[in-house]
Design a protein around this ligand. Structure first.
Ligand code: THU
Length: 309
């Protein structure tokens, strides 16, 4: 069975009342308000979520979609679920926990486009456009792209409000603890950088120390190679405070995407594991979260010195 396809666009909505009025003025029809809860499951390919809706049957939705801040094609399969609690338990036991997204969705329809005015718990207001392609539509889905482009203009959706990620990823990203972000920002402001003028701040969380954060800033030197990265400074603070393991890292700089240098990836790996989250931050907050294993695969560690001969 072929998956269904649509073209989608998702954007932050600073003025939901104005968006609603513009949609109605363009001929969109009111189609009700839905209360939905989506439970995501970690899967090796695509995405998988259980959608529960107040007063309606639950569905399992399997889909694949590119992460692009633009209108993008999604292909999906929807399966009815008679026993959502049992399915959740079965999938969690075998796949692990993913995020849960709760939202109130005001649904409007225009042509073959679903207009979602969403209020998402923890994320605020969003507008989502979904042009559902009829079976047998040409592969480029040109007609659906054209309708999304028209509505995008009518609803005044601005480029900077369009997001690439889904609600689940946005929630995970926003979920980066504020104390780490605030700590990294303070440390960044204190960096000693008379030569590069490039401020870097790092905040580390230590194992068994949920409340505390350990800060570091970069410290430069007139003899340039003596410069110390912010990560190294923060590791020193964590060790001096009596800890031995790092469980979470935030690195911040005012650059499109700060990533720890190669040497600091190695330094972090001495005290952290491949699953340790590393939040790559700008001054406003987290821009991307990666694992240390993704930053430094095939790590050289103490085990690498075990001799086989
Ligand atoms: N820097 C860090 O503090 N951490 C990194 O991971 C990348 C680079 C600092 C070192 C130096 O003070 C400045 O950024 C420019 O290299």
């Amino acid at each position: 069975m072929q998956p269904a396809r649509n073209v989608e666009l998702k954007a932050h909505d600073p003025d939901p009342a104005a968006t609603h009025a513009a949609a109605r003025a363009h001929g969109a029809q009111e189609a009700g308000t839905l209360h939905q809860r989506d439970t995501y499951f970690p899967v090796p390919a695509g995405r998988l979520k259980l959608r529960e809706e107040r007063g309606a049957t639950a569905h399992l939705i399997a889909y694949a979609r590119a992460d692009a801040a633009a209108a993008r094609t999604s292909s999906y399969r929807i399966v009815e679920v008679p026993d959502p609690a049992a399915l959740t338990a079965a999938l969690r036991a075998t796949h692990g926990d993913g995020p849960v997204v709760e939202k109130t969705r005001r649904l409007l329809r225009w042509e073959n486009v679903r207009i979602h005015l969403d209020e998402v718990t923890g994320l605020g207001h969003w507008v989502e456009l979904e042009a559902v392609a009829p079976p047998g539509a040409p592969p480029d889905l040109a007609a659906e792209h054209a309708r999304i482009a028209e509505l995008r203009t009518v609803l005044r959706i601005r480029d900077e409000h369009v997001v690439a990620e889904g609600y689940a990823q946005l929630l995970v990203r926003r979920g980066a603890p504020q104390d780490l972000i605030d700590g990294a920002r303070v440390a960044m402001g204190r960096a000693y950088v008379p030569y590069s003028h490039f401020h870097v701040g790092v905040a580390l969380r230590a194992s068994g120390d949920a409340a505390g954060v350990h800060l570091g800033a970069n410290v430069e030197n007139a003899a340039y190679p003596q410069t110390q990265c912010a990560e190294a400074s923060a590791i020193g603070a964590l060790i001096a405070a009596g800890h031995r393991r790092i469980t979470e890292v935030a690195v911040m700089a005012d650059t499109p995407l700060i990533t720890p240098c190669g040497g600091c990836r190695q330094r972090l790996s001495e005290l952290a594991g491949p699953d340790t989250p590393v939040h790559l931050c700008g001054p406003e907050g987290v821009r991307q979260t990666v694992t240390l294993g993704a930053l430094l695969p095939l790590t050289f560690d103490a085990h690498a010195m075990e001799q086989t001969g």
